[in-house]
Every structure is written in C-alpha cells, then in structure tokens.
Design a protein around this ligand. Structure first.
Ligand SMILES: CC(=O)SCCNC(=O)CCNC(=O)[C@H](O)C(C)(C)COP(=O)(O)OP(=O)(O)OC[C@H]1O[C@@H](n2cnc3c(N)ncnc32)[C@H](O)[C@@H]1OP(=O)(O)O
Ligand SMILES: CC(C)C(=O)C(=O)O
Length: 634
C-alpha cells in the first residue's frame, strides 16, 4: 500500500495577514494574571473526575500556591460540582482576595443554575462560552454567524441581569466580573471573532477600566504553531476597541506539544492573563502547564506574580494524587530526574560549575550560572543530592563530587581517576545505579577511612601509636644531629610506632627525610612492603562531625586534615616487571599506583595513616573486591 498522502487529508493553518507584527521583538518583563482551571478543565478530562474530598484538597493547594483566580467548577454539570461550590462558600474556605470562577454554556437553564451555585460568595468571575468556528457553527449548532452572535449577546444580557440580582445585599452581595470565551477562537474567522466580542461587551454594559471584561481566547484545539497563535492574539488586541476595558486572556491547549511556547508568544502579543493547569493536565494532551510557564519566567529573573512554587514536591504530590495521573520523570522543573546528570561530561561540568559559582559568590556575584542546570534546584525545595547520580555512563567528576558532598573530601585529580575506575567496575558488576550511600561506603572501606556513620573500616595495618624524632642523615650519628638542633637541611627523622597487622601489634622503626619516608622504611624493614611515594597532598576538612576525631599520640588541633598518598610497588620483582614492560612495549610504562587516605586532627598522623591505607591496598590489590562487597553488603 502506498504511504498515505497527508497533503490530501489535512489542511494547513492559514497564516494571519499581519505585516507589521510587533510581538517577535518584544521581551516579557512581568508576570501575567494566573488563573487555574484545574478544577474545571483539568477535572472534566479525568477518567474519574475528582471527588469532593480531592477537589477540596486541590483547592487548598491552589490557594496555598498563591492563585487569586480559580475556576472551581462547571456547577451545572453535576451535583458534585454544584455541591463543591456550595461547600467552599458555606464553609468559608475562600480567602477574601481570591476570585472563584465558574463556567457555564450559553444556555439559560444552565446559567441560572450556575448563579444559584455561587450565591453568597464574595468574589465571582462568571464565565460563559459558546463555540464560534465555522466547523461548530455548521456541524454542531447549524447556526450562521449572526445567529452565533445573537446567542452570545442574548445570554450575556441574561448574565448581566442575574449579576444585578445576585449582587444585591439581600441575595448575597457578590462582586462579579464577566468572562466570555469564544470557544474555538483559533479556528474562527478573526474579524468575526472581534465583531462578536465587541457586541458581547456592549451587551454586558458594565465594562470599565476598573471592571474589565475578560475576553478569553482559547486554542481549544492547538491547530497551528505558536507563532500563529501569537499573530491571532496580536490581531485581536489591535482590532478590538476600548482595549483599556478588556483583559485579554489566553487559554492554550497542548495538542501539538507547543502550549507553553504558544502562551509565551501570546503574552508577547498582548495577552494579560493565562488560564492553565498545574503540570499540564486537561483535555486530551492537556491545558498549558502553569508550573512550566511560571518557572520559565522565574529563570528569566521575573517573579511569577503571587505564585510560590518553592515546594514543588508538594505540588507534584497533591496534583498527581488528586488527578490520579503520575508526573513524568522528565517533566520540566517537577520531574524526578530533571536536575539529575548521569553522564560523565555533564557531571564534570556541573562540578566545575559549582566550584566556580562558589568563587564568584565570594566576590559578591550571585547570578546563577551552572552548566546544565538552568535553575537552582534549591529554589524548588530540592537538594543537590539529586543533581549527580552515578551509573556506568558516569565519569570521575561525578563520583568525586559525591565524595566531596558526603564526606567533605576533595580528592586529588589522579585519585579521582583511580576511585572512579573502582566504582565503574562495581557498577558494571552489580549492573545498577551507584547511590551516594553506595559510593560513600565503597570509598570509606576501600581506603580504610573510619567515619562516625559507617564505622572503623580498618585495613590490614592500623596505626596504634607513633613518635617522630630528629635523626642523623646517613653518615652522621644521632647525637651529632641532636647537637645541631636537627634543623640542618636535609632534615632526617626517625619513626617509632606500633602498627597492628591483622590485629597483632608490632613495634616498628624506620628512618627517612620525613615522617612519610621514615614510615615506608619501617614497613619495608618490618613487613617487607617496599614502596615509593608518587603523589601526596592534603587539605583541611571544613565539615565537622563526619570522621572520628582523635589519633593516638597526635598533637591535637581543632580542624581535621585529610591526607592522600599514592604508592607504587618498589619491590625488586615489581621494578623488574615494569622495566621489562617498558622495554618490550617500546615506551615508558607507568606502574600501577595504590591510593590511601588518612584523616586526623594532626597533619603528621593523617599522613602516616594515608601511607598505611595505601600500603594495605598495595599489598592486597583488592580495591574493587572491597568496594563491591561494601556495596553488596548493605
Ligand atoms: C471546550 C470546553 O471545555 S467547554 C466545557 C465542556 N465541559 C463539559 O461539557 C463538562 C460538563 N458538561 C455537562 O455536564 C453536560 O455536557 C451539560 C450539562 C453541559 C449539557 O448536557 P446535555 O444537555 O445532556 O447536552 P450535551 O452534553 O449532549 O450537549 C450537547 C447539546 O447541547 C447543545 N448546545 C450546546 N451549546 C448550546 C447552547 N449554547 N444553547 C443551546 N444548546 C446548546 C448542543 O447543540 C447539543 O444539543 P443536541 O443534543 O440537541 O444536539
Ligand atoms: C471553555 C473554553 C475556555 C475551553 O475550555 C476551551 O476552549 O478549551
């Protein structure tokens, strides 16, 4: 069968003749009036419309988030909707500064029932609609343009009359505003839609600059691109008279997936107000998502009016529970995964971005600018924990970021690579995401780092006590060194200490030009572990309460230090193997290194512990096994 030709089946939209269009070069600087239609347009689209209880919960959320206009029901549709409106009025649940909005078709008995539902409310927007496009006029109602205008005008007059009645003090004393929607506006001839709205405004007779009539221009079905919607809005704004007495409201649907873009362009084109739903529920593909729209503005530095979405998780919880529709994990701003980077290069850039941002902040620059994160997760009540998650696609930067976050340790670059290889191997072996907890456990056990939360994590060699004294360089005796105060360079020291090896204490002794090499000398002499230092670094830890404080025999200062040591095997066998690999390979072969970490309030003690930690790994060569066990044992 030949492929179907869409050109013979679907008609394209007809561009608006708007040669002098202004909206493309405008910039949004303020928030629109936000109107939630969750409890009406959202509700009518659910498999099971909300119960009273669910509607009440949702209503409370909308008030809490800050909406001042809430379409609460289609009261003539059902007893549930009617009863809900009565409940929030009678139970005095509507704050004084909130306007409830109710929708009615242009049908007399339904309009009357709708007024009954709002009796006694303080502020009400009465919203009436009838469909106006040729398709509806011809197919649904069999009406001409003039009959369509007449329907809207006659029912608007009824609305005005009933407003007069229900605003009397003896009938409830309600303040009313009027909203009229030419339903299917975007499929209606524009000149006809303007003519119709002009006559509705005249029929209403109450519009003024302080009591504006709301003309709501829905994309009932999204049939064209967002620039087309903007053209249609700009056309309306340019051609309707008494613009100052009118609030132009936008009501985009999302059939083409462009509702947010249409709303943003429609606002540039003159829209004053947005009707939409939280997280984009609504007929078919949904109404425009107010969460996305508002937070898009927020990220441009615009305060989105009274809306406060700083606790986005509560919004997600209530909305998904009441609608019984889950929120997609990639839903803008609200999805579970939207701040998360799994991939290595993203993680690396984010980690560097946080570092640079902290430096800029110190100089008074607070503007948010982090790679891959258009918004600060903290502004939505999220923690940074979700930002970097590790799986087999991740890189060293992400793993190091999590170690820094959880333990306050800033690993040297080459150690990041080494630990990353361990974690990658574990991720491959276990076939699952490595959580922050997994990585923390793997790190503390691999490098024998005792932490208050995760225990002692001892390796096969543990420093029990030590003393560092000045000593003579080779060729000088110790007394001569002591006589000149031990201050001459090169300095030479002696290490004496007790190291528990597999639980059994050993007195060991060694000499070197510093504590580190003196300990290595002692390890060689006592246990035959021969190693050289390839890299050493240290830093102060600015996170109290993570690691146990004391080291035996250490000079105590307040802050703790972290030391990192990389050892290479210096045994004759390892050196010979490296030489032969270099010769056979035709180039220099870098020997494998073994990292260790030491934490202590005393810098010397932290260095010695780091050497022992690395020496354990060099001897056992089981970093990956240890890390896998740490993760699997949880
Ligand atoms: C785009 C939107 O979202 S608009 C809002 C839509 N929301 C809803 O429809 C939810 C609530 N609706 C309802 O509960 C019901 O549809 C009601 C109560 C409004 C009406 O129910 P019913 O009277 O059973 O009519 P029904 O739903 O079948 O509506 C279609 C009928 O109303 C007629 N109709 C529609 N608008 C009008 C009008 N302004 N004046 C007179 N008749 C009208 C249609 O021509 C059709 O008449 P027909 O049955 O003689 O062909
Ligand atoms: C009633 C109108 C505003 C509507 O919901 C729509 O056109 O989508």
């Amino acid at each position: 069968m030949p492929p179907m030709n869409p050109g013979t089946k679907y008609a394209p939209y007809e561009p608006v003749n708007l040669p002098n269009r202004q909206w493309p070069s405008k910039v949004q600087r303020t928030a629109p009036i936000w109107t939630s239609v969750d409890l009406r347009d959202g509700n009518q689209a659910l498999i099971n419309p909300m119960s009273q209880q669910q509607k009440l919960r949702f209503f409370q959320l909308l008030v809490h988030v800050g909406f001042k206009e809430i379409e609460v029901a289609f009261p003539s549709s059902s007893d549930t909707d009617f009863g809900f409106v009565r409940t929030i009025i009678e139970q005095k649940m509507i704050p004084d500064d909130v306007w409830i909005q109710v929708l009615t078709p242009a049908r007399e008995e339904l309009i009357r029932r709708t007024f009954e539902s709002v009796k006694g409310a303080k502020n009400v927007i009465m919203h009436m609609y009838n469909a106006t496009s040729p398709l509806f006029r011809n197919v649904v109602f069999g009406n001409s343009q003039e009959q369509t205008i007449d329907l809207a005008v006659q029912h608007t007059k009824l609305v005005t009359k009933l407003m007069d009645e229900y605003s009397k003090p003896e009938n409830g004393g309600t303040n009313f505003r009027y909203e009229y929607s030419p339903e299917t506006y975007t499929q209606t001839e524009l000149d006809f839609a303007v003519r119709l709205c002009e006559q509705v405004r005249v029929a209403y007779g109450k519009a003024s600059s302080t009591n504006k009539i709301i003309f709501n221009l829905p994309a009932t079905v999204e049939i064209g691109p967002p620039n087309h919607y903007a053209d249609q809005i700009e056309y309306f704004c340019n051609n309707i008279t008494k613009r100052e007495e009118i609030t132009v409201s936008l009501h985009p649907h999302n059939d083409r997936g462009c509702a947010v873009a249409a709303a943003e362009m429609g606002l540039l084109a003159g829209g004053d107000r947005i009707e939409g739903c939280l997280l984009g529920n609504g007929e078919r593909t949904g109404n425009v998502d107010i969460v996305t729209l508002a937070l898009n503005q927020f990220c441009q530095g615009i305060q989105p009016g009274p809306l406060d979405l700083s606790d986005i998780q509560s919004v997600v919880d209530v909305v998904s529970n009441c609608n019984d529709i889950p929120v997609h994990p990639r839903h803008p701003y609200a999805g579970e995964l939207v701040f998360t980077a799994f991939s290595g290069s993203h993680q690396d850039a984010i980690k560097k971005g946080f570092h640079a941002q902290a430096q800029r902040k110190e100089k008074g620059d607070h503007v948010w600018s982090i790679p891959y994160l258009p918004i600060d997760p903290a502004d939505l009540g999220a923690t940074y924990e979700a930002v970097i998650r590790v799986n087999s696609q991740s890189g060293k930067g992400g793993v190091a970021y999590l170690v820094a976050q959880s333990l306050g340790l800033d690993l040297p670059r080459r150690m990041q690579v080494a630990f990353y290889q361990v974690i990658q191997e574990v991720a491959d072996r276990t076939g699952r995401e490595m959580t922050t907890d997994d990585i923390t456990r793997a790190f503390t056990q691999t490098y024998h780092v005792p932490s208050l939360a995760l225990g002692k994590n001892e390796g096969s060699m543990v420093l029990k006590s030590f003393r560092i004294t000045d000593d003579a360089p080779p060729g000088l005796n110790g007394d001569a060194a002591a006589a000149n105060g031990g201050t001459e360079t090169p300095r030479y020291v002696r290490f004496n200490g007790v190291v528990a090896r597999n639980g059994k204490p050993h007195d060991i002794e060694g000499r070197g030009n510093g504590p580190l090499s003196a300990l290595l000398d002692a390890l060689d002499a006592a246990f035959g572990i021969s190693a050289n230092v390839r890299e050493y670094s240290e830093h102060v830890i600015d996170r109290p309460g993570v690691f146990a404080p004391a080291a035996p025999g250490a000079t105590k200062t307040k802050a703790q230090a972290a030391a990192y040591v990389e050892l290479v095997d210096a045994s004759p066998k390892a050196v010979a193997e490296a030489q032969s690999a270099t010769t056979n390979g035709g180039g220099a072969v870098r020997q494998e290194g073994w990292w260790g970490v030491g934490i202590d309030v005393d810098i010397t003690a932290s260095t010695l512990k780091a050497v022992l930690s690395a020496a354990c790994n060099l001897e056992s060569k089981t970093a990956v096994e240890i890390a896998t066990k740490a993760v699997e044992q949880k």
